[in-house]
Design a protein around this ligand. Structure first.
Ligand SMILES: [Zn+2]
Length: 258
């Protein structure tokens, strides 16, 4: 190990000790996130360590009077670290801040259409990942992304994972469903598999089929990538049964199987 490598390692160990998440706080956070309850202890420990380092590096701030407490911070960090558990925290080094709202929020983002007319988004949102900026989340939706769903019809969802996957997607430009790929996946394989699954899924939704994957995935290729990633982590059996090839591809991309 080089001197710099050894120093980095020392910094990590120091942070893990100095800023450790207390046992009861971690237990409460895991209890609030049912999809993590069945993870093996070793992997949960890795997630806990990464959540500590995430919280050392990121600011989690409240908006519209929302008071951020340690429980909020840990619940956000634990979920945010799920997609990068094997890839590493560096994947998030292009932003510093997560903003929590007390409920759904209006983004107010302005965008220009093909005729040069500027529009402003005025839809209520649960989450938003801003290119070159923060991730914005509605706290109640970040805690329970299935709230408002109807009983048994609740779909596997996770708004925190969704927005952080958009951030991964934005590392090489605009979110387009084509993130920076590891050497084990050729761009051709990714493009073919994602495009064919996206087209198949969109056709199923257009035909009125009730899918087990959130139909919002049919919105666009980047939304497809974000939604199938949610499904991959929260309800892997659903993705495995509908699109096994995509489940295998995401396992290669995220470098582990939940
Ligand atoms: Zn999205």
């Amino acid at each position: 190990m080089t001197l710099i490598g050894a120093f980095r390692q020392w910094c990590v160990q120091h942070r893990l000790k100095r800023y450790a998440i207390p046992d009861d706080l971690w237990a409460n956070a895991i209890h609030a996130l049912p999809f993590l309850r069945h993870w093996p202890p070793q992997r949960l420990q890795k997630l806990r360590d990464m959540a500590v380092l995430f919280l050392c590096e990121k600011n989690i701030v409240g908006a519209h009077g929302f008071q951020v407490h340690p429980f909020h911070r840990v619940v956000i960090a634990a979920q945010a670290c799920v997609p990068i558990l094997a890839l590493g925290l560096r994947q998030y080094d292009d932003f510093k801040t997560v903003v929590l709202y007390p409920d759904e929020f209006i983004s107010g983002v302005e965008w220009e259409d093909e005729f040069g007319v500027v529009h402003q988004d005025d839809e209520a949102m649960m989450g938003e990942a801003m290119a070159g900026g923060p991730i914005v989340l509605s706290w109640p939706d970040a805690l329970d992304p299935t709230r408002g769903g109807a009983g048994e019809d609740v779909l596997p969802a996770n708004v925190v994972i969704h927005e952080f996957v958009h951030k991964l997607d934005m590392r090489n430009g605009e979110a387009n469903g084509f993130p920076v790929l590891p050497p084990s996946i050729t761009p051709k394989r990714w493009h073919q598999a994602l495009t064919s699954a996206y087209e198949n899924f969109s056709a199923r939704v257009a035909a009125g089929e009730e899918t087990d994957i959130d139909c919002y995935a049919a919105e666009s290729p980047p939304e497809f990538f974000a939604v199938i990633s949610e499904t991959f982590f929260v309800a892997p059996e659903v993705l495995e049964s509908d699109y096994p090839e995509i489940a295998a591809l995401l396992a290669a991309f995220y470098q582990y199987r939940p």
